[in-house]
Write a protein that binds this ligand. Structure first.
Ligand SMILES: Cc1ncc(COP(=O)(O)O)c(C=O)c1O
Length: 382
């Protein structure tokens, strides 16, 4: 379908084409200098001591959980209002995801009180997700983790460039995980990044990303090493030079594009707040935080039929989506559903709609979204 306003669109241009062409001309396609530059630039952007480019956000999460040494019998507290990868990657290690509710229909991030209620002697870590690029209540979550000696993994896939008390998202907990999937704030097709300030975890992530090998092709190419040992059962979760070049070019646009997203959100929020039939979450951003504005969620009142509302938007050429069908309600997570009581998550899962938001969105597109939302609310009242 040819959307008048797609859900998201990428700011891709000559900078990306030139960056990729340079890699192709260099004839060095993986494990090389461009990936190292991308890692260094990303680490500097968010203020992390270490950053590791990886093949996608899911492998970033797997490396984070694996580096923490999680395994069978361990529990990780995680929101269910997130992409399934946040929880799937816990299962890859043999550990069990334990779902905790989000705070409210205004704050769709994991609730510190709900986390506290789920801590057991088996809990090893808390995984948070900065929903939509809005920061979780990290002071409260880090305090809880500190009391019980728990690790904190940040799924920061929505939040590159976001800050909390001047610290970058992805550097607040023990490990941060980013996705550079085709619709993200940094979009390169498939790719991701793992960040950490802990040297011990960095060493594990470095090993596990590339087969548990003690030296890499690039080290050997530069004459830094002749052979290697394998000291762990690792993976191949590396990012190649072509995607790293795209990532560097996209990273160069991040600050400006996040600022543009912020302006668009201000505009959409001003137009939609107070409309009968919906509310706009994150009316009060977490204290001391600067969001990354990845998506623009709204919550419909129960009297609005969501299917009819989304169909109305579609008929006006406006693409919309749902973030997210709650994980504990998926068939593959039936076992977890038995113990999970997540009324706010379930309510959000029924009533949330994501409207278009992307840095190149025009004023006319904003006006088209606002008009279709207004007429859609009137037409979809049950
Ligand atoms: C919150 C969240 N976590 C994890 C992922 C997984 O990232 P990827 O698609 O790059 O594997 C995504 C993106 O799709 C995401 O939005």
């Amino acid at each position: 379908m040819d959307w008048q306003v797609p859900l998201s669109d990428i700011d891709l241009g000559d900078a990306e084409i030139e960056a990729v062409s340079q890699v192709l001309r260099s004839r060095w396609l993986s494990m090389g200098p461009v990936t190292q530059q991308f890692e260094a630039a990303f680490a500097a952007m968010c203020g992390a001591k270490h950053a590791f480019a990886v093949s996608n956000g899911t492998t970033a999460l797997h490396l984070a959980y694996a580096a923490l040494g999680l395994g069978p019998g361990d529990e990780v507290i995680v929101p269910a209002l997130t992409f399934v990868a946040t929880a799937n990657a816990i299962r890859y290690t043999g550990a069990t995801p334990v779902f905790a509710d989000v705070t409210s229909l205004d704050d769709l991030t994991i609730s510190p009180a709900a986390i506290a209620a789920k801590i057991t002697p088996r809990t090893r870590a808390i995984a948070v997700m900065h929903y939509g690029g809005y920061l979780c209540d990290m002071d409260a979550i880090l305090a809880l983790a500190g009391q019980d000696g728990l690790a904190v993994v940040e799924d920061a896939c929505h939040a590159p460039g976001a800050t909390y008390n001047e610290h970058g998202a992805g550097t607040l907990g023990d490990v941060g995980c980013f996705s550079f999937f085709a619709n993200k704030n940094i979009a390169i097709g498939e790719g991701g990044m793992v960040t950490t300030n802990r040297d011990d975890l960095a060493e594990q992530i470095r090993l596990l990303r590339s087969h548990g090998m003690t030296t890499l092709t690039w080290d050997r190419h530069r004459g830094h090493a002749a052979s290697y040992d394998v000291v762990a059962t690792g993976f191949n979760y590396r990012l190649d030079e072509i995607h790293s070049a795209l990532g560097l070019a996209q990273l160069g646009k991040l600050v400006e594009n996040n600022r543009r997203r912020a302006d668009l959100v201000d505009h959409l929020r001003a137009e939609l707040t107070g409309l009968l039939g919906l509310t706009v979450p994150f009316s009060v951003p977490t204290a001391g935080s600067q969001p990354a504005y990845h998506i623009f969620p709204v919550i419909l009142e129960p009297a609005i039929d969501r299917t009819a509302f989304m169909a109305h938007l579609r008929s006006h050429g406006i693409q919309s989506s749902i973030h997210y069908p709650p994980i504990h309600q998926f068939s593959a997570f039936r076992a977890e559903q038995i113990t999970a009581r997540l009324p706010v998550t379930e309510d959000a899962g029924r009533r949330e709609v994501t409207l278009p938001l992307f840095p190149t969105m025009t004023e006319q597109q904003v006006a088209a979204v606002v008009a279709a939302v207004r007429s859609g609310l009137a037409a979809s009242r049950a």
